[in-house]
Design a protein around this ligand. Structure first.
Ligand code: 6LW
Length: 533
């Protein structure tokens, strides 16, 4: 073997070692639906839909598509989005993120108006612009932006897949609307994206609906406006088949393709991990798969169009990102943001409120190291904005515990921790004061029914409130000393599943405070601990 061959072999070996082997799906566990990804230089940015939650559209950053860190949110100001009256079936639907000539764009749709709009920024971790509204197309969802030969195109689903040129400065329509078909006949053709490769325009889209029948097809044309010919091997991604009928991951769809700096191709998509028979509680999660895409050929996802929890494949060189702490201490995080931005509250990334939260109900500065919750008279079971702040449930088996200082919780107030799926579907651990004494109880809200299984007295003004789980049940627990916990109730997972309640979100683990009258009193939360088992 000559020296050149030897050196090349060593370099290839080193490169393969540097590209680690394998990763776990989902790469973004918990309610991270409708993912879209772009690349700026050698780094990746990803966004998800958020529906009734605020701030809207989290922005994640990665260097390897596997490890992600949330660096911001696109919609942080009430002037950008009015979520009043929204729930898990409305608000912010699927977003697309694209990077063009140094600027990031996020385009999405707000329901029920079905208005499409986009915002832009030069710093994805900072504030994004005021919305630029698409005024020539109302209806349906899943818009995307695509640049070709110096022109910007708006692509969306409204019955069929439509595209037209726009002035990206104003959102105004510049060209005629072209029709790109309705896919291959599956229900709900949606989530369209276009990619140009080897002289072809490729049209990627999801069909089948965002349940078990979900799958991804791809078509191509020599012309941007078609006609588009389908890949004979469609679907390129699907678990809706006999081979994958028992997979713990189902509902794969709503994908986006991305080329890495090493010219490898990857697909991110949504899917959900089922708990029990065909049910899921954590919402649709973001998954990753490698794509083989030969020159002039069709893309092949992970060899056979399926993916696994344990992915055995060569990855990009893995770069760890800052991980969320197990115990959130609620220390104020200073950010450059205007006072009307949610980012000005200094809350940790990943924590969201409902609709457009009243910022005066939340403080990390009135008592250093504590989250102060000022109760609203809005109840958790209303489709509105109660004093509620939550983070995603990311595993089936978890333990969430919060330490409350209740010395300022007065008669008529309630506060606690909740596994929240929807206004009429949540399991709570609730504290209240009666005749000067503190009590803690379970509260199960299911549709028109509220049920308290058990109530016990608390000793002193501190309480450790806990929601934990196993694969079938949530357990509502409480303790006065942080060691001896009493189980107040246990309730089936399945009554918080998407299949039971509908909608497009997943269970959130939250803190809340409510009062039957306006009050200056409050509760302080010292920390929130989230352990996955
Ligand atoms: C979204 C559509 C979808 O607009 O579900 O799974 C809808 N895909 O593309 C709401 O998430």
């Amino acid at each position: 073997m000559n020296i050149k061959t030897f050196v090349t072999s060593v370099l290839v070996l080193l490169a393969s070692v540097a590209c680690a082997q394998g990763f776990k799906n989902p790469v973004l566990p918990g309610f991270h639906a409708d993912p879209s990804v772009c690349r700026a230089g050698d780094e990746f940015y990803l966004v998800n839909s958020t529906f009734q939650y605020f701030p809207g559209v989290p922005v994640f950053h990665s260097k390897d598509l596997v490890n992600w860190e949330q660096v911001g949110n696109c919609l942080t100001r009430p002037s950008q989005i009015d979520l009043k009256g929204t729930d898990g079936n409305s608000g912010i639907y699927a977003p697309t993120i694209r990077y063009h000539e140094g600027r990031f764009y996020m385009v999405t749709t707000v329901f029920p108006s079905r208005r499409h709009f986009y915002v832009w920024t030069d710093n994805p971790a900072g504030e994004w612009s005021e919305p630029i509204v698409i005024d020539f197309a109302i209806g349906s969802c899943d818009p995307t932006l695509y640049w070709d030969a110096g022109k910007c195109y708006f692509l969306w689903k409204e019955g069929d897949i439509k595209i037209c040129e726009i002035d990206v400065e104003t959102g105004k329509q510049l060209g005629e609307i072209h029709h790109l078909g309705i896919g291959l006949g599956g229900r709900y053709p949606e989530g369209p994206h276009i990619y140009k490769k080897d002289g072809y325009y490729y049209l990627l889209l999801a069909e089948g609906g965002t349940e078990h029948g979900h799958h991804v097809n791809i078509l191509r044309s020599k012309s941007l406006f078609g006609p588009y010919e389908p890949n004979p091997a469609n679907p390129i991604l699907s678990h809706f088949n006999m081979k994958m009928q028992n997979s713990p991951i189902q509902g794969l769809g709503h994908a986006d393709l991305i080329q890495a700096p090493d010219n490898s191709w990857w697909m991110i998509c949504l899917g959900y991990r089922t708990s029990g028979y065909l049910q899921h509680v954590m919402g649709r999660e973001t998954m990753l798969a490698p794509v083989q895409w030969e020159t002039g050929g069709w893309p092949v996802v992970n060899g056979d169009g399926t993916l696994q929890i344990d992915m055995q494949c060569q990855t990009l060189p893995l770069v760890q990102m800052a991980q969320e702490p197990v115990r959130e201490e609620f220390n104020y995080v200073k950010r450059t943001a205007p006072t009307d931005s949610y980012h000005s509250l200094g809350l940790p990334m990943g924590w969201m409120g409902l609709c457009n939260p009243d910022y005066t109900k939340y403080s990390l500065t009135e008592r250093k190291g504590f989250l102060r919750l000022r109760p609203s008279t809005i109840d958790l079971s209303e489709t509105a904005s109660p004093t509620f702040i939550a983070r995603r449930q990311t595993e089936l088996n978890f333990m969430a515990t919060a330490l409350f200082d209740l010395s300022h919780l007065t008669e008529g107030m309630q506060a606690g921790i909740t596994a929240y799926a929807a206004p009429l579907n949540h399991y709570d651990v609730v504290v209240e004061r009666r005749e000067g004494k503190l009590f803690v109880k379970s509260n199960v809200r299911l549709g028109q029914t509220s049920h308290c299984e058990k109530e016990i007295p608390l000793n002193g003004d501190k309480a450790y409130l806990r929601i934990t789980s196993d694969k079938d049940f949530y357990y509502m627990q409480a303790s006065s000393d942080g060691t001896n916990f009493t189980t107040l109730a246990k309730m089936e997972y399945r009554f918080l599943s998407t299949e039971t309640i509908g909608g497009f979100t997943g269970v959130m683990l939250g803190l809340f405070a409510q009062s039957n009258q306006n009050t200056k009193d409050y509760v302080d939360v010292d920390w929130f601990e989230y352990n996955v088992k």
